[in-house]
Unconditional design. Sequence first.
Lengths: 290, 525, 324
Amino acid sequence: MNKIENDKEENTNPLREMFSTFFKSYSAVTGFLILILITVMGFLGPLIYPTDPFDMVWMPFSPPGNDGFLLGTDYLGRDMLAQIINGARVSIAIGFSAALVSCFIGVGMGSFAGFYGGWIEEILMRITEFFQVLPTLLFAMVIVALFGSSVLSITLAIGAVSWAGVARITRAEFLRIKELDFVLASRASGSSNLSLIFLVILPNAAAPIIVQSALLVGAAITFEAGLAFLGLSDPNVVSWGQVIGSNRTYILDATYTVTFPGIAIFITVLAISLVGDGLNDALNPKLRSR
Amino acid sequence: MKKHFFKILLISFSLVLTSLSSSFAEDPKRGGTLIAAVGNTPRHLNPAVQSGIVTGFPGAQLFATPIRYDNNWDPQPYLAESWEISDGGKTVKLNLVKDAVFHDGVPIKSSDVKFSLETIQKNHPFKTMFAPVISVETPDEHTAILKLSSPHPALMLAMSSQLMSIIPEHVYGDGQDPKKHPQNSVNVVGSGPFKLVEFKSGEHIILERFDDFFIDGRPYLDKMVLKIIKDPATRTIGLENGEIDFYAFENVATNIVRLKKNPNLNVTPKGYAAIGPIDWLAFNTKDGKTADVNVRRAIAYAIDRNFILKAIMLGVADEARTGIHPGSPYYEPNVETYDLNIDKANKILDDAGYAKGSDGMRFGLTVDFGWPGLKPNAEYTKAALKKIGIDVTVRPSADFPTWAKTVSNHNFDLTWDTVFNWGDPVIGVHRTYQSSNIKKGVIWSNTQQYSNPKVDAILEKAGVENDMGKRKALYSEFQKMIANDLPVYWTNTLPYHTIYSNKVGNPPMGIWATSSPMDMTYIKQ
Amino acid sequence: MTLLYSFIRRIFSMALVLLVVVILNFLMLHLAPGDIADTIAQTMGGADEQDMAQLRKEYGLDQPFFIQLFKYILRIAVLDFGHSHFYNLPVYDLIMERFPATLLLVFSAQILSLFVGISLGVFAAQNPNGLSSLFVNMFSLFGYAAPVFWTGLLLLIAFSLHIPIFPVSGMRDITIENGNFFTHFFDVLRHLFLPMITLASIFFAYYSRLCRASMLEVLGADYVRTAKAKGLPKREVLYKHALKNSLSPVITFAGLSFSAVVSGAILVETVYAWPGLGTLAFNSIISRDTPVLLGILIFSTLMVTVGNLLTDLVLRYIDPRIKI
């Protein structure tokens, strides 16, 4: 038992190493701070600025800055600022949950494929390839159109089509790690397959998986925005993509109703990319600077 | 002295100019191509078996009807050069034009009129249009006599616009289902002023002048191109930069307001009187909480027509108080209007026994909407009814068939919808309120499941009443009754506008808008 | 002959993938509430119980699931994708009509983004920690982070309305009747410009950063150092040796990203009313025209797999060491 514990300590280093390198990069830290800010805005914002995004508070199309409304009002006279603040929570929640679903499926598929090899790997990888080749937006559109556009179905639809990348990375890592000494040692000392997969190998494979998942959150937020733009969103909930989609008809006369939520998405996804980049560079210091 | 002289010179100069230009404007020039935009792609181009203005625009150019209407609701000769109504309205004799031919050169005969009417009766979704027509006699090639079971004042309107397209028997009588006939979309053999060049579904419809059209010298246009552009903003940009000359049925308030300011474009609400579109909130009067008339009345008091007219419609729509369009001669404005009164609404619900819970809500309802333009109304409903303690969930449906199925199977509480009057109340109004028209599975029937025997009786009487004065009185009483029962809460007319550039002459501004032949439209050169 | 063998293997797995798509979609449609008969009924204006039963019989919906599935697969095999009940045309014809437009858009966008991405990558690789590198990074990130439909809408307003250089929608100006080939060619190009740029903008980031990273790795390699030491001009070193060898990860990614490009194309087509498969798919969703949707899904999957195959061939050409 001792030996395993020692090895474990030795092998959580990649993760710790990664994070310490991460915090040395300016762009990565900037991204991280922006993300924290947005999350705080999403969760504390409604407490500080309690206007209900669904309430009609003024005349429609009041330009930004007029009458005390920083970002103006939309086509029903609803407060744009309230919509952006509340939208943060929903967009991030959907993005995060969808990424989680993808991660779950992807790690599951990739770990079993990489660990067992043989025909299990063959089948699982075929399935993965299939989902890689599928036009994701189209497929998600069909699912949502058929099964309804509630927050749940949208999250599941996005999660169900976006996991192929995670699966591939997981498998690659597993293939690499499973022949390493400490794994062989664990196996020799009688650990079950499942505990090997989840307790021994997976923590060591975590780094690139985390990076990929982080990027997935950004992709999921964009995905949801795309679906909302096409009209496939839940009208009882405010998300940034929904705001863009609903206001699209008025883009000529009230462009700001489309610009602001677009900027919100842009900043969020940008921040996530910077963080992802930072994590990636921290993982592969060889490529970071020359 | 000099001051006055110049003034007079200026005035006379401008007078001469105006008279010159107006005389130029009065002379339609032959030739030119009209580029029009349409918002949706038609399923096919045969209005005899398909309803809707989307089919109506190309359909009315490809096919002619016995009668056409001018701007004053007066019937004018078209394929029928004259007509006689006798026997208390139960016999209608049509004398057809002698030299009219179809696009393939075959003459148009009374047997085609008989065939067309029978095809429409069997296939067109509007069953009340020609229901009383028992038979069509054809004593000679240019005479058709319609025999009816009872007087039918709606008949004249039903024989115009896109409602009675005359289709060739020698094409459609080949045994195939006329609804799926291949020549509904390609090689269309029509009877109208334009013939089909190309129909690319989702992209464009190209029409060109039919040289052997029976009205000499018409149509003036060489060609009409209908570009299918779904996005309202794209259409607006196209109109503003001159790519598009003409767009009818514009109803997005912000576009209307914006385009009105453009000096190169004309924006007019004229031409839609017979279309008669009304936006309304429909209730399920048999199932759920909305079966209680108190709930319906409370909701009506909570929804502010003025907000919808001012804020959502930006002042370009008119108020609608009943199920008959304000542009119709039968409109009765003196009915209960349920003006905004939150306190009264709350009191009605309290008195009816719907107490508020700890969260301030009494009960929940769902609201649907029939097309994306009504989404703001649905969202407004959610906010408005929150004030009287009703928790509204907006139910989206990505597609029309799903919504239609939900509503026609009575699986709804509230739904916003836009429904057309189609000229005569018998054609477009009766269907919503007659208990005999509660047909599960059929959209735009009496989906509210509304049943009032008094209303049924009045509608039956008004449907066959030939005397205008008596008919008006009957419909007035009808409108008062339904405003009281509130199976539907009417808010506004859908503000259809036609937008056309300065080089378009004689755009269709009669009662049927683009669902009428545009043979008199021309391009100012 | 191993090349032929692996090629055949690829074709076989492509067919398998398509089969799975068909089955999966059919299953989904079957599980979803409502069926084709409902849709047809509503499109026609409504039908009562009797008519519905009749419709169901007509479309074979009263038969057990597996028989329906089997029949569908057989029909697909002979390229009978069914009939669109909204457009009243065979699905195959509809798809074939729209397919070239989407192909044009996707292909030109992919080429543009590869070209721009690689150029930016090379540029950044020459000065990896400098300001220009940062600028390139930011520029390409913009395209990636901004939602593609948002970029499209803003570009549309900017260059079609405010500065009217480009047409507002569609693929061509149908009023041009008597043009020769070049008139039509430039007309399409004019219409293609904005959608192409919009779609390409998503991928600048990927390609430029991949190229930069790959180039940096190659530039540090021994044979490059040798070439430099030999005194070869910098340009020759850069392009002839380094670039050629650093292209494989970029091309590989291009192949993998085909499905993302198709997805992006749907959104771009909707913004610009580009008459391709994307607008067709969107319209079919609005009218619940399921035969068309199924057909598009199958077809776009086919497009992506063929795209992958082509990419692999290009890769093999660039770097013969790679196995298909």
